[in-house]
Ligand binder design. Structure first.
Ligand code: HAM
Length: 421
């Protein structure tokens, strides 16, 4: 009988070594840089009540209408695999009454998100985000600081070719005025637009602005722009954000159509795109959501954050070829003759205990084959222990790149390797 193999679910994938080494390095850099900016890590559940996302992301968005993995649990509760994490962070902030502690809360997260989109390069149904959120301040300096941190992180992991696109979508007050103007303008042109735009012209006209249909683009270009309709407070906020970015020498481009695909945004919105990525070129999305806490039943709490698409970030990093996927194997230990195995195993344990990456095979091998394995594993050093070495109490340490070999006492090997890695 032939049994069909079971494969991974469409749009999901396995991440394998050595690629996972690169994922770990990117994550380590995120932990380091976010900690320097005094962010603390938050881990929220992957499962949430469906209502969390329909209320925050918005019932008329693509994410909620078409892309969520939603199911009825056995007790009939509607649950959803999180399509994003900002709503969860704000839910947790409210659930644990963090606002009672006063001050600003700076949180970051890493983990999988789920959206049932059409899979292609850079777009998956299970994908990963690295994100950060600041709750409790509406200062434009916070907007500038979080963007400064984001750019520092991108540069540290080796992304060079990128563009920061910036916009303001105003507050509900000035947005209502703008929506009137936009609705009015759309009445005159919607008949010649795509079906989605025709529907959205009435239900959610802002969404028309991020329509990707080619034929609609010239029409959208001529529609009124939200930044021309900001009220004085929102205008001033936006000007201060831009001023602060300039003071930090962070370059950006104002993108009047950037309204983002989620409904919770207010004022500052931004995306970072990378030329290295092709069609799915948005690596980061983010912005302010000063009304989200109230939407979820909490006290007024301004907030701002970003999410980096880690899958796309890794593709861009690989493109830039700055960080290599290969993990460094410090040494491969070769033993010859049964009596040398126990001291070889002891040495391996000691080196690993010192944090060095070391490999050994427990099946006996001829020296030539063992050196072939050391080469294949790209070990920096081979440590050779034969009966002679055992007798003299000095092991051979061979530099695999130069071929040079030196005798070193076992107790000094860790130090010897560390000085040369
Ligand atoms: P978003 O723009 O929906 O924003 O997603 C952020 C990033 O996640 C995108 O720029 C992209 O790199 C990545 N991404 C989204 N969908 C996929 C997918 N199907 N496959 C691969 N990567 C994907 C948010 O999620 C907001 N929570 C951002 C935010 C944080 N706003 C305020 N705070």
């Amino acid at each position: 009988m032939i049994i069909d193999p079971i494969r991974s679910v469409k749009g999901t994938r396995d991440l394998l070594p050595p690629d996972t080494n690169l994922w770990q390095r990117v994550e380590a850099e995120a932990h380091r840089i976010f900690a320097a900016y005094h962010y603390g890590e938050i881990r929220t559940p992957i499962l949430e009540q469906t209502g969390l996302f329909s209320r925050s992301v918005g019932a008329d968005t693509d994410i909620v209408m078409k892309e969520m993995y939603t199911f009825r649990d056995r007790d009939d509760e509607s649950l959803t695999l999180r399509p994003e994490a900002t709503a969860s962070v704000v839910r947790a902030y409210l659930e644990h009454s963090l606002y009672n502690q006063g001050g600003v809360h700076k949180l970051y997260y890493l983990g999988p998100m789920f959206r049932r989109e059409r899979p292609q390069k850079g777009r998956y149904r299970q994908f990963y985000q690295i994100g950060a959120e600041v709750l409790g301040s509406e200062s434009p300096l916070v907007d500038a600081e979080i963007l400064e941190m984001l750019v520092l992180f991108l540069e540290r992991v080796g992304i060079r070719e990128y563009q920061l696109l910036l916009n303001s979508v105003g507050c509900p007050k000035c947005r209502a005025d703008y929506l009137k103007v936009l609705r009015e303008a759309l009445q005159h042109v919607k008949a010649s637009m795509c079906g989605d735009c025709q529907r959205r012209a009435d239900t959610n006209p802002l969404r028309v602005l991020d329509c990707k249909v080619e034929a609609d683009q010239p029409i959208i270009e001529r529609l009124p722009k939200i930044i021309d309709h900001l009220d004085p407070e929102c205008r001033e906020h936006f000007d201060r954000v831009m001023g602060e970015l300039q003071a930090r020498q962070l370059s950006y481009q104002v993108a009047p159509r950037l309204v983002r695909g989620l409904d919770y945004y207010t004022r500052t919105t931004f995306e970072i795109t990378s030329g290295a990525l092709g069609a799915q070129n948005a690596v980061v999305g983010g912005g302010r959501y000063d009304g989200l806490s109230e939407l979820l039943g909490g006290p007024p709490t301004p907030g701002i954050g970003f999410s980096i698409g880690q899958d796309r970030l890794i593709l861009a990093v690989q493109e830039a070829a700055v960080l290599q996927s290969d993990a460094l194997l410090a040494a491969y230990v070769v033993w010859m003759g049964e009596a040398t195995l126990p001291p070889a195993a002891r040495l391996v344990r000691e080196l690993r205990g010192q944090g060095l990456s070391v490999e050994i095979d427990y099946d006996p091998m001829k020296i030539k084959k063992a050196m072939g394995v050391a080469n294949k594993l790209q070990a920096r050093f081979a440590i050779i222990i034969g009966e002679g070495e055992l007798a003299s109490g000095r092991y051979q340490v061979k530099d695999m790149a130069s071929g040079q070999q030196q005798e070193v006492e076992p107790g000094n090997i860790a130090e010897y390797l560390k000085a040369r890695l």
